[in-house]
Design a protein around this ligand. Structure first.
Ligand code: MLT
Length: 387
């Protein structure tokens, strides 16, 4: 049925159900209608005319040129929240590692392994070199209160921290997930000025590029400890290195190592491990596969990052799906073609998102490829499908 190319290793929890539904799925699938991927970089990928949708098994989508896709009528999905538990767990571990020199202490204990009976005494004598502050009673600032940020904020309260949250784009769902005890910061500076620990959970985009630059770091408390589970580029690593060198930032725990930050002191870097649990890989793959399949089969869009979410349960005998620019008279112009054929509209939906919009019309009779072609030829129409 549908041809779906996998661009990374995707859990069988996602590919299996697609295959059971008759889809051809795999890394060598040609002329794909759907792409299923994790971190494969699509910025230089040539999208074929058959490509209808891309599903990212994960939350971040900076590896996909979403605007270019929208222009070509290609829907991009992500799987928000599907790996949030895994990332949350690593963040809690990171907050603790940012405080207590657990890694240094483990290395030191290994280094005295040959000391025989002296080990217990050496341990008691040497341990103070690795002590660090408790989280209890400290302030944590959570930047970005999406699925991960909200979980981290709530758990930090359980750990006895005073938690500030900052998210100018917080969704209603996210607000429901968040404990009322989280203090809402009106400005990001409130986080910088008040917090002993800062956890970065914002999506990476043009607005968040180098959000933590030299100016932001200078506003923070001396000795601040920072955890980055977002993306490397949210932090200006040169500025972070200077802040670590002079001790302004006491510890930087990041899931995004690179040649700049690895030269700095007091960095704990992991290999983008936050979402790497079998459970989260299964959940992400399944969510992405379901979104992709529902779009290919029914034209329904849920969790798109470049086009509006539109869903309708199916009615009638034929469905017309149009992705178009968000300009006046589009619905009228589409429906004019339907009226001319004397076909009944069973039900329909139109949703905008920025400069784009999607229209789904369920019809009482079949329409031919000639009608689809005429709608395709209209100005401001980006993609037309008859399902
Ligand atoms: C995400 O964006 O979902 C996480 O960083 C994990 C990943 O990229 O796979």
């Amino acid at each position: 049925m549908f041809r779906i190319k996998t661009m990374n290793a995707i859990s069988p929890a996602g590919t299996g159900p697609l295959e059971k539904k008759g889809c051809l799925v795999g890394p060598d699938v040609e002329a794909p209608q759907g792409l299923l991927l994790r971190s494969a970089d699509l910025h230089r990928y040539d999208f074929g005319p058959e490509l209808l949708a891309i599903a990212r098994a994960g939350a971040g989508y900076n590896n996909i040129p979403v605007e270019k896709c929208a222009e070509q009528g290609i829907v991009v999905f992500n799987s928000p929240g599907a790996n949030a538990e895994a990332v949350k767990e690593q963040e809690i571990c990171s907050l603790i590692m940012a405080s207590r020199d657990i890694l240094g202490s483990i290395d030191w204990v290994r280094s005295i392994a040959t000391e025989g009976d002296r080990i217990p005494a050496l341990v008691e004598k040497g341990k103070s070199a690795f002590s660090g502050p408790e989280l209890m009673g400290k302030t944590l600032g959570v930047l970005g209160l999406g699925a991960v940020g909200a979980l981290v904020a709530n758990i930090a309260l359980e750990l006895g921290m005073v938690v500030y949250g900052y998210d100018p784009f917080m969704s209603v769902d996210a607000a429901w997930r968040l404990s009322r005890e989280v203090i809402r910061a009106e400005t990001v500076d409130e986080i910088y000025e008040n917090c002993d620990y800062i956890s970065i959970n914002v999506p990476y985009n043009e607005q968040t590029h180098h959000m933590l630059d030299g100016e932001a770091l200078a506003k923070m408390k001396k000795g601040v400890r920072i955890v980055n589970e977002s993306r490397a580029e949210v932090v200006d690593d040169e500025a972070m290195t200077r802040a670590l060198d002079c001790g302004w930032v006491a510890k930087y725990v990041t899931d995004f190592p690179n040649k700049v930050i690895l030269r700095a002191p007091n960095v704990i870097a992991m290999p983008h491990l936050g979402a790497c649990t079998p459970e989260s890989e299964d959940r992400c793959a399944l969510m992405a596969a379901n979104e992709l399949y529902d779009y290919l089969l029914n034209g329904n869009i849920k969790n798109s990052v470049n086009l509006p979410d539109v869903s309708l349960s199916r009615m009638g005998v034929c469905r017309l799906c149009v992705i178009h620019r968000n300009v006046p008279r589009m619905i009228t112009r589409i429906l004019d073609f339907i009226s001319a054929l004397d076909i009944n509209v069973e039900h329909m939906i139109n949703k905008p998102r920025g400069g784009y919009a999607c229209t789904i019309v369920d019809l009482g009779a079949e329409i031919g490829e000639d009608t689809a072609e005429s709608i395709r030829a209209m100005s401001d129409v980006l993609r037309v499908r008859v399902l």
